[in-house]
Design a protein around this ligand. Structure first.
Ligand code: ANZ
Length: 889
């Protein structure tokens, strides 16, 4: 072992940076700025996992690099600290969520400091801090005053009884709550919503100018703008009743052979004929138990029941049956579709199943008819002859689909039976939660009561139709202390039990506060704005602070936030823009998602009687009931070993104690697999610099990568070598070759950081260090350059070496090393010289030597001279960098 002792130098430099406020963000006149943002963590009880330092190291490298290039950097950190886990912990243990949250924050802060990230800790924000809550509530009031926050009570919401709260669609996975996996039902309760749909078009258009990955496509799909038409089908025998359908293919209206309404469509109950009524009601009741997600699964078998009622196709007067089917979603479009089985896959499957007619109205673009008996033809094409006879709207055979669409739409409009319509998948954002640990709404309502509603038994009635905003001067409205955080069956939430908080008297009248709280997303919608002015008591931020740092130049975080946080934050930003409170329409210029780090575990099997079987054993996995069996039916159990229990022999893995072969599996880290890696352990065993370096060396930042603790040993050896070469120096200048490699490495590392290719930069540094290590001593000049190059990645060891190499202060603002363009060129090449077409010698030439220089160099070569023998050179054939042919005679 050598003198490299991370356990000593890492705390030393962390203390130095803190005491010297090295990373305080400051603007300097005439300098460029860079606002580099990490997605702030939810401070969970588990502490950091190795996924956090991946993105955080990447941004830290960028920041350290930019500071050395003379750029003013803002690199802040904070806590997204409202949320369910702290509340559930409180329910279980009685510990107040604030206590848990503060404890977890302390632990997260300790861990992040231990990793040497160059945050400006003086700007730390905590979404649960009263000084932060005040401004979240203030922004809510601005939304409320603009009419963008409103109450709804008629729309069914996703109610999760186990969590006692409403969930947004995005918080539900496979019909279960994302947190906890509890069942979710539909329930109509009063709730707050934010009018994000009013910004649908701008949220879509705004994506265009952003330097974002495929997340842009995800957001566009989420917004789901669809251009089509609403078409009215009169219900036969029910004067005045119509079913309006939304379609993107109004050109196929002549081929509509039935109509399907969603089970929740209000008409479904009313139009069913007496013989169909019972079946329709039963179907509707059954559908209510299924989530929209399950219902819109394309692979699921389509089901439906006929209502017995009949609709009239407005384009030709055809009478078509009306069905109820749960593949039609109540909340999308009009909740009803015209079915064109010839040209839509879902309708086709449905028509085949229930023997409904299939009429084709679209031919291929070249006019040929398509066989639609087996499969729908869903592409655009041209109007066919059938369509013409089946349409009162003026269309011609051979007319392209989009032209027919316009024709039929305007004909429908002229008849008062339809009009062009743009529909969005995006829904307004359900913004209230029936939880304790969130921001209270700064809203109250008038109460009708004869007594004091705080006294048990007093009758009262809250008038929810008249929400009153709290005076801005009264912010923040803080949570009351509760003893019992449990949600009840009362969708008003646990705050409804805090009677002294809930009710208050003003001018002889009683009022009741809103008892819902805001969702966790609220705080993360604007935290990046607070960082620019975190201590301001009078405003959320000043114009000046905003202009100093915004917009965010680089934002790094997980792709799980592609459509939730990132869309919500863009929405708030646009509202704030319209209010003149921010100067940019978009908050995040460049976005990068780090790839998931997978855990590695090693599988084998055991039988009930204790036999151990290799992980390579062929097994069958059964779903219902879940089990794993061998060919002969014997049930086995899957077991997992961790990396330290395994050794490698002949490229295979074996269990140390059991001797059996195991199979390596990389998957999401989880406690049950025992493959969770704790950064504390890695720092204790190898040091923070090794952890940082390894996370960057594993592969491209955006790739999914398996964690292997053995890999960290490799980077640790690299740092040992860096230490050795930089502590074994001479004041002599470097030799030419070494100096060339240093400069080439500077060029490579510089370009790689700019392109965020951190892994290849590390490879280049490894090559350099190997070469330096082969020399008896390293030139001090090269060692200093190396220390600077390594510093964004492994800042502690770099600072220590810099100091030992004569640095008198931190290297954080030392100019980033420049490379000499002349030295990075592979400037000398060996080329073959021919005399009269015969190879005679090879000579060293500068790559860019011109013909005259090449000829002169060749003629100066002794062997070439032998063959030229003083004869005149009549012709020169020269291919730069490759060959020189002298024709003499
Ligand atoms: C008739 C038709 C014919 C359709 C055809 C498609 C192809 P996007 O693009 O996603 O907006 N649709 C309308 N409302 C629906 C609902 N609430 N639930 C389920 N499906 C619904 O999809 C629009 C198309 O999806 C609409 O166009 C409609 O089917 C169906 F050859 O109308 B189409």
């Amino acid at each position: 072992s050598n003198g490299y002792a991370p356990a000593v130098i890492e705390p030393k430099w962390q203390r130095y940076w803190e005491e010297n406020r090295t990373f305080r963000a400051q603007r300097h006149a005439g300098r460029e700025k860079a606002y580099v943002l990490d997605m702030f963590p939810y401070p969970s009880g588990a502490g950091l996992h190795v996924g956090h330092p991946e993105g955080y190291t990447a941004t830290d490298i960028v920041c350290r690099f930019k500071r050395m290039r003379g750029i003013d950097v803002l690199h802040p950190m904070g806590w997204d600290a409202f949320g369910l886990p702290a509340e559930q912990h409180a329910i279980k243990t009685g510990t107040h969520p604030r206590t848990t949250t503060l404890k977890n924050i302390d632990n997260f802060r300790r861990q992040l400091k231990m990793l040497g990230f160059s945050y400006d800790w003086e700007r730390e924000v905590d979404t649960t801090d009263p000084n932060y809550v005040r401004w979240t509530q203030w922004i809510f009031l601005q939304l409320f005053k603009k009419g963008l926050a409103f109450q709804q009570s008629d729309m069914p919401v996703n109610w999760c009884p186990a969590l006692g709260t409403v969930l947004a669609n995005d918080e539900i996975v496979d019909g279960k709550s994302e947190v906890g996996g509890f069942p979710v039902e539909k329930l109509k309760i009063r709730q707050w919503s934010l009018k994000i749909t009013a910004y649908a078009d701008r949220l879509l258009e705004g994506l265009e100018g952003l330097d974002w990955p495929e997340t842009k496509v995800k957001q566009a799909n989420w917004i789901g703008r669809s251009e089509g038409a609403n078409v009215d089908f009169a219900v036969d025998g029910h004067p005045g009743r119509t079913v309006t359908v939304f379609t993107t293919r109004v050109d196929t209206l002549p081929g509509a052979t039935y109509v399907v309404v969603a089970p929740e469509h209000p008409i479904a109950q009313h139009i069913a004929t007496s013989e169909n009524e019972a079946a329709v009601k039963a179907y509707i009741a059954d559908a209510a138990k299924k989530s929209d997600l399950v219902r819109s699964d394309a692979t699921r078998e389509k089901t439906g029941v006929p209502t017995g009622a009949v609709a009239i196709n407005p384009v030709n007067g055809d009478k078509v049956p009306i069905w109820v089917g749960d593949y039609v979603i109540g909340s999308y479009g009009t909740g009803a579709v015209m079915a064109v089985p010839a040209h839509d896959e879902r309708d086709h499957a449905f028509a085949v199943k229930y023997k409904l007619p299939i009429i084709r109205v679209v031919a291929k673009p070249d006019g040929t008819e398509v066989d639609v008996a087996k499969e729908a033809y869903t592409d655009h094409g041209v109007v066919n002859a059938d369509a013409v006879t089946r349409s009162k709207a003026p269309i011609d055979k051979g007319m392209p689909s989009d032209h027919a669409r316009r024709q039929i739409t305007s004909w429908l409009a002229s008849q008062g039976k339809g009009q062009g319509k743009t529909t969005y998948k995006l829904r307004d954002w359900v913004f209230s939660r029936q939880r304790y640990w969130g921001e209270p709404f700064p809203i109250y309502f008038p109460v009708k009561t004869d007594g004091d509603p705080r006294v048990a038994g007093t009758k009262f009635e809250i008038d929810y139709s008249e929400p009153i905003p709290l005076d801005e001067a009264e912010l923040p409205l803080l949570l009351p202390d509760l003893e019992d955080f449990k949600p009840g069956s009362d969708p008003a939430g646990p705050l409804a039990r805090a009677l002294d908080w809930r009710f208050f008297e003003k001018d002889g009248k009683w009022f009741a506060r809103e008892t819902n709280t805001m969702p966790q997303w609220a705080g993360s919608c604007w935290y990046f704005l607070r960082y620019v002015d975190p201590k301001n008591d009078a405003e959320p931020w000043t114009d000046e602070a905003y202009k100093a740092w915004m917009p965010v130049d680089l934002y790094v975080g997980g792709s799980e936030h592609a459509v939730l946080h990132l869309l919500y934050a863009r929405f708030w930003h646009k509202v704030l823009f319209d209010l003149g409170l921010v100067k940019d329409e978009e908050p995040f210029k460049k976005l990068v998602h780090q790839g998931l780090i997978l855990g590695t575990s090693y599988r084998y099997f055991t039988t009930a009687d204790g036999k151990v079987l290799p992980g390579t054993t062929k097994v069958k996995r059964n779903d219902d009931p879940p089990s794993i069996t061998l060919d002969d039916g014997t049930e086995v159990e899957e077991k997992w070993a961790t990396e330290d229990q395994v050794e490698v022999k002949d490229n295979k893995f074996f269990h140390n104690d059991l001797g059996v072969e195991v199979v390596m599996v990389a998957e999401k880290m989880s406690k049950s697999r025992g493959n969770v890696v704790n950064p504390d352990d890695i720092v204790a065993s190898h040091g923070a610099d090794s952890l940082r370096l390894y996370e960057m060396f594993m592969g491209p930042l955006e790739a999914v990568k398996p964690w292997q603790t053995s890999g960290i040993e490799g980077v640790r050896r690299f740092l040992d070598r860096v230490w050795n070469v930089c502590t074994n120096v001479t004041d002599d200048a470097p030799d030419v070759e070494t100096n060339r490699l240093v400069h080439k490495t500077i060029k490579k590392v510089t370009e790689d950081i700019e392109a965020m290719r951190f892994n290849t930069a590390i490879s280049a540094m490894m090559i350099l260090v190997r070469q330096l290590g082969a020399l008896p001593k390293t030139s001090r000049e090269s060692a200093r350059q190396l220390a600077l190059l390594v510093s964004p990645y492994a800042p502690h060891v770099a600072e220590e070496l810099w100091e030992r190499l004569g640095g008198t202060t931190t290297l954080a603002y030392e100019p980033w090393p420049a490379f000499d363009p002349a030295l990075v060129k592979d400037d000398v090449v060996e080329i073959g010289v021919q005399v009269n077409g015969k190879a005679r010698a090879s000579i060293q030439l500068p790559v860019d030597a011109d013909e005259a220089a090449a000829k002169a160099a060749a003629l100066a070569d002794a062997r070439v001279q032998q063959f030229v023998e003083g004869k005149a050179v009549k012709k020169v054939i020269y291919v730069k960098g490759r060959i020189l042919n002298l024709i003499v005679g």
